[in-house]
Design a protein around this ligand. Structure first.
Ligand SMILES: Cc1cc2nc3c(=O)[nH]c(=O)nc-3n(C[C@H](O)[C@H](O)[C@H](O)COP(=O)(O)OP(=O)(O)OC[C@H]3O[C@@H](n4cnc5c(N)ncnc54)[C@H](O)[C@@H]3O)c2cc1C
Length: 442
């Protein structure tokens, strides 16, 4: 049953997670204020608070579907404005764990553009909603509470350095990896969450190009993942405005260089030559830029015995995944749907219930990413029996998926966060993997 609208909700952070939270909060609150320390730029432009925006950002099919649900017509509008849409298998070259997946249309549309473009279009959608205000150039410095038990708003330092209070019936923290909620909890006398970490020591370097006409054929993306023998990865994606972006990645300190010659040499060292060939003779549009991602971090709010009412956490502030798997925006989108469902029952959902529901959006992508990271020798972490078994099986599945379209499609659906990893372990699929690989040997 829809209960009465709340008066005012505040979202901390105007990045993808915060914007999607704001979108669903407008269903339950008359006014929603989104606070960020950045000045929001025009669509497609970079900003300091989201430095990852200079690097490749793929939106998985599940994430695209949620954006479509929250902003009907999102894909068509984005394509009209210059984004590329195409089939996630038919128009993408997946070169995974040393295997080239079969390439055929499977009727699953993907949407490709730069991260500032995608974020900017979501922001424009949120800005257009009644009751939404953006408070920019505002540094969030703390919470206000009633004797530490209920959060009643936030304290903010504005651009002139003045402190002010913003009262709210609900505060949603979407300030990303650097979220201060664990510190604020400790200050209020609560236990902060424990953290799970996978130390991956990832380094990215990214450069944009204008490719030779026809250099990519009809494809819109190439993704080369690492192998245990050569864990270097690279991606080439089509951006709005006829540009292409190459992002290279290396783990455990084997970081791609940012000088142009070193960048090209790293590209040539990837397990497949497709990206190197595509950028041969291309016009570079900038110099390579770097990003360091030391560890995937998951904060276990669901284990806490107590948590103040009136505060929720969402997006990278709860869990930031190894970006190689391109999951963060889609997970944030799934979390926004959880929030929407709970808001339909109560304008200030009980935090315990909320975090129990949020876990369901994190477990599958976390297990997928951690399992894949632990397939790479040298990445520290416990390799459980399940992880070892899955990691022994997946290369065989990918080998079979290089010629078998149904297996390629099944894998892409799991990677696209539409299906769970367990679906790949169905007896009929295991049998098919065995049969396809056996046929190749005979
Ligand atoms: C290199 C890299 C590549 C990635 N590639 C992909 C990809 O391909 N696909 C994908 O889905 N995801 C990808 N991700 C993850 C994705 O960027 C995030 O999951 C997504 O942006 C959601 O993050 P968020 O909104 O929770 O936090 P963030 O994007 O980190 O945003 C936090 C916001 O809070 C603001 N803020 C923080 N602290 C304060 C404060 N005290 N006061 C005021 N404002 C504050 C910041 O300015 C910022 O706007 C990648 C991440 C990285 C690092």
């Amino acid at each position: 049953m829809r209960q009465e609208l709340g008066d005012h909700a505040v979202v901390l952070g105007a990045s993808v997670a915060g914007l999607l939270a704001a979108r669903v909060l407008t269903d339950a609150y008359r006014k929603v204020t989104v606070i960020d320390r950045d000045v929001m730029p025009e669509i497609g432009a970079h900003r300091r608070g989201a430095p990852q925006g200079r690097h490749q950002h793929s939106l998985h099919p599940r994430g695209r579907a949620v954006l479509e649900e929250l902003f009907p017509g999102f894909t068509a509008h984005a394509v009209r404005a210059g984004a590329r849409s195409g089939d996630v298998l038919g128009h993408c070259r997946w070169l995974l764990a040393g295997h080239r997946l079969a390439q055929v249309d499977i009727g699953l549309p993907g949407l490709i553009a730069s991260r500032p473009f995608l974020e900017g279009r979501v922001r424009a959608g949120v800005r257009a909603l009644p009751g939404v205000t953006f408070l920019e150039r505002a540094d969030i410095v703390g919470l206000t509470t009633t004797a530490g038990r209920r959060v009643t708003g936030v304290r903010v330092r504005d651009q002139d350095g003045d402190l002010m209070q913003v009262p709210a019936g609900l505060v949603v923290d979407a300030t990303g990896r650097g979220s201060r909620t664990p510190v604020w909890l400790a200050e209020l006398g609560y236990q902060p969450p424990t953290e799970d970490r996978i130390e991956i020591g990832l380094g990215y370097a990214t450069r944009t190009y204008r490719l030779r006409p026809g250099a990519l054929g009809a494809d819109m993306l190439i993704l080369t993942s690492g192998t245990p023998a050569n864990p270097r990865m690279g991606g080439l994606v089509t951006l709005e405005g006829g540009r292409h972006m190459v992002t290279l990645g290396g783990i455990l300190g084997d970081h791609p260089p940012t000088d142009p010659a070193g960048f090209e040499a790293f590209t040539a060292s990837l397990p497949f030559a497709d990206i190197s060939e595509a950028i041969a003779g291309a016009q570079p549009l900038d110099n390579p830029v770097a990003f360091r991602f030391p560890a995937s971090v998951r904060r276990r709010y669901e284990y806490l015995p107590e948590f103040p009412e009136g505060l929720l956490v969402l997006g990278d502030a709860i869990c930031s995944f190894n970006p190689v798997y391109g999951q963060g925006m889609t997970v944030a989108a799934n979390q926004a749907l959880v929030l929407r469902r709970l808001l339909a029952r109560a304008a200030s959902p009980a935090p315990g219930r909320y975090f129990q529901e949020i876990v369901k959006t994190i477990d599958p992508p976390w297990d997928f990413a951690v399992g894949a990271d632990l397939a790479l020798p040298g990445v520290p972490g416990t390799r459980t029996g399940k992880i070892r078994m899955t990691n022994a099986y997946l290369p065989r599945l990918l080998a079979a998926a290089s010629s078998d379209v149904s297996l390629a499609a099944a894998f892409i659906r799991v990677m696209g966060l539409l299906d769970r990893t367990e679906s790949l372990l169905r007896p009929d699929r295991v049998l098919r993997v065995w049969w396809v690989n056996r046929k190749k040997l005979t």
